[in-house]
Design a protein around this ligand. Structure first.
Ligand SMILES: CC(C)(COP(=O)(O)OP(=O)(O)OC[C@H]1O[C@@H](n2cnc3c(N)ncnc32)[C@H](O)[C@@H]1OP(=O)(O)O)[C@@H](O)C(=O)NCCC(=O)NCCS
Length: 273
């Protein structure tokens, strides 16, 4: 179910004269949501700056269960997303909160609080039984989120994985977020684009000490061969977005231009190339 009706007017004591509303996203908001998210996360070292891709991929997959924006005087300044999760014990109707973002100039005015509270209320009214998220417990405890040792998100430290049941008990098992959350960092994407260009049927040699290569091997996107070369998992282009394909095509065209042009070849590889 996708919620897109106008929602409610909110009030912030620190922005008393502004006209603030929270409402469901409209098709015309998509670019601005992406921009807002990108800007909000830009200066945080914990972020891989892929949050806007997560929202886009959730939307494309029909998994953006709730997408709310905050508008201040007609300008979008905040966004919150909710998407379904699966739990290994078979529990249904649990959701993930996030990403949530507020433009830096508007942070600290209770906009985030209003979006979280209203998003959770909406989720509950739609039949949601509970919600999880990865975030700082010091912020999310105020909304009733707590760590529950029996609920696990693999690869995530237990203390930053928190849950809030609306109804019944907290599930017992391992949680899977939607595939859209398995975004690669920009560095990893660039590395893959390079690998695509250099790729030939027998695999290529890569610098195994490069942290991006190491993490791609860990994620089984690149697979180590016994001869020290790596192969790329064949489904990788479909699994992730079309970014690789586009960058790959662009770089391949650029490389072939370089190879065909003696001056560019000299610039790229030195005069002895
Ligand atoms: C987190 C965020 C959505 C909160 O929105 P906001 O409108 O600034 O928050 P509010 O005004 O409702 O709440 C302010 C309170 O939250 C705290 N807070 C804000 N961001 C926080 C963070 N990242 N971690 C811990 N506490 C935070 C403030 O210190 C303040 O605490 P207080 O009530 O004790 O004074 C916003 O700061 C943001 O977009 N941050 C960058 C992106 C991000 O970190 N998103 C969350 C991870 S998914």
């Amino acid at each position: 179910m996708f919620f897109s009706e106008p929602f409610l007017k909110i009030y912030s004591e620190s922005l008393p004269d502004n006209n603030m509303i929270i409402r469901g996203e409209k098709p015309s908001d998509i670019e601005l949501i992406s921009e807002t998210t990108k800007i909000a996360f830009e200066d945080y070292s914990f972020s891989h700056q892929t949050e806007h891709f997560i929202i886009r991929d959730l939307r494309d997959a029909g998994a953006l269960t709730i997408s709310l924006v905050t508008e201040v005087d007609g300008r979008i300044v905040g966004h919150i997303a909710f998407s379904p999760i699966t739990v290994s014990d078979g529990t249904t109707n649990w959701y993930c909160l996030g990403p949530v973002s507020v433009l830096p100039d508007y942070q600290g005015h209770r906009i985030g609080t209003a979006m979280v509270k209203n998003g959770l209320a909406l989720l509950k009214s739609m039949g949601g039984k509970g919600c999880v998220l990865v975030g700082l417990p010091t912020y999310y405890i105020r909304f009733g989120f707590e760590n529950h040792p029996q609920l696990i998100l693999e690869g995530t430290p237990q203390e930053v994985f928190v849950a809030k049941p609306f109804i019944g008990r907290v599930p017992n098992g391992t949680v899977e977020f939607h595939q859209a959350f398995k975004q690669l960092s920009v560095v990893e994407k660039d590395t893959i684009a390079d690998v695509i260009i250099d790729y030939d049927i027998g695999g290529i040699r890569v610098d195994l000490a490069n942290p991006a290569i190491e993490s791609l091997i860990e994620k089984e996107i690149l697979i180590e061969m016994p001869d020290g070369k790596v192969m790329m998992r064949t489904s990788v282009l479909e699994d992730y977005d079309s970014y690789f394909a586009k960058v790959g095509q662009f770089r391949a065209a650029e490389m072939s231009r370089v190879h065909k042009n003696p001056i560019l070849t000299a610039v790229k590889y030195g005069t002895n190339a």
